[in-house]
Design a protein around this ligand. Structure first.
Ligand code: ZN
Length: 256
């Protein structure tokens, strides 16, 4: 067991832990396969960084080994995860370039193993997920954003689509009617797996495009990467500031 309590999962456009120093890659075996997290330092804090799609973005959303990633971070001792995601927005108040910290999700994934539990775990498997994202991490992230004058919407419903295709205009209308705020492809099952292991998990979404039916242009991944690279510095400053400010004694029920 190491003393690494914080983990960052980097989404689209966030592949390298530039905010950390003395970064080293390690190989970690898990029951679900091998992962290669990058470990580095921010001041006196040792932090793990995992690029969800690989350092060269070769892993598609439906192919990410979510169980290996979360299990691996947990086996390092990680108790708190900040996960970044690139999302499409269908809310006028969240244009491309803006940021949101989710407090709820709607799960529209179809073909992913979304649990660590197997047959025989009946008593344990039905976990409470009324509040899926750690409320305490959300507060700290909000404070860190305010401190550097970064406008971030606190709260909002992350809709997870299966991908890798984008959504239809009708699907976006449905997500809107159901109370969704933004749509992405990777937030689930990560947050669920984290909760199963009692890890505090926060989602930090960056809007990279208008969703289908709202965007006047066809959707493409190049625009996602472009907006992410413009926003990378904001993301780094926010997470860096958060890690320097955050208090270890979070008051939340994630470990219950
Ligand atoms: Zn928590």
């Amino acid at each position: 067991m190491t003393n690494i309590k914080y983990g960052i999962i980097g989404g689209s456009g966030f592949y390298h832990p530039d905010l950390l120093k003395d970064v080293r890659e390690i190989q970690l075996e898990t029951p679900y396969g091998e992962i290669k997290p990058l470990i580095g330092w921010l001041d006196k804090l040792e932090v793990a960084f995992l690029p969800r799609h690989g350092q060269d973005h070769s892993v598609l959303p439906h192919q990410v080994n979510y169980r290996a990633n979360i299990w691996g971070l947990h086996s390092l001792g990680v108790e708190k995860i900040i996960a970044t995601t690139a999302v499409g927005s269908f809310k006028p108040e969240l244009p491309p370039g803006s940021m949101m910290i989710a407090d709820q999700f709607l799960d529209f994934t179809k073909n992913r193993v979304a649990t660590f539990y197997e047959q025989g775990d009946v008593q344990k498997a039905h976990i409470d997920i009324t509040e899926p994202y750690c409320p305490a991490l959300r507060v700290f992230l909000g404070k860190a954003a305010a401190k550097i004058n970064l406008p971030v919407q606190i709260g909002g419903c992350y809709v997870c689509a299966e991908g890798p295709r984008y959504e239809t205009a009708a699907e976006i209308r449905m997500f809107r009617m159901l109370g969704g705020t933004v749509v992405g492809m990777t937030g689930i099952p990560e947050v669920v797996l984290a909760r199963e292991l009692g890890i505090c998990y926060a989602n930090l979404s960056t809007v990279t495009n208008w969703a289908a039916g709202i965007s006047v242009e066809p959707l493409n991944h190049t625009e996602v990467v472009q907006i992410m690279s413009l926003n990378k510095d904001k993301l780094r400053r926010l997470i860096g500031n958060f890690l320097l400010e955050v208090n270890d004694e979070l008051k939340c029920g994630c470990r219950r």
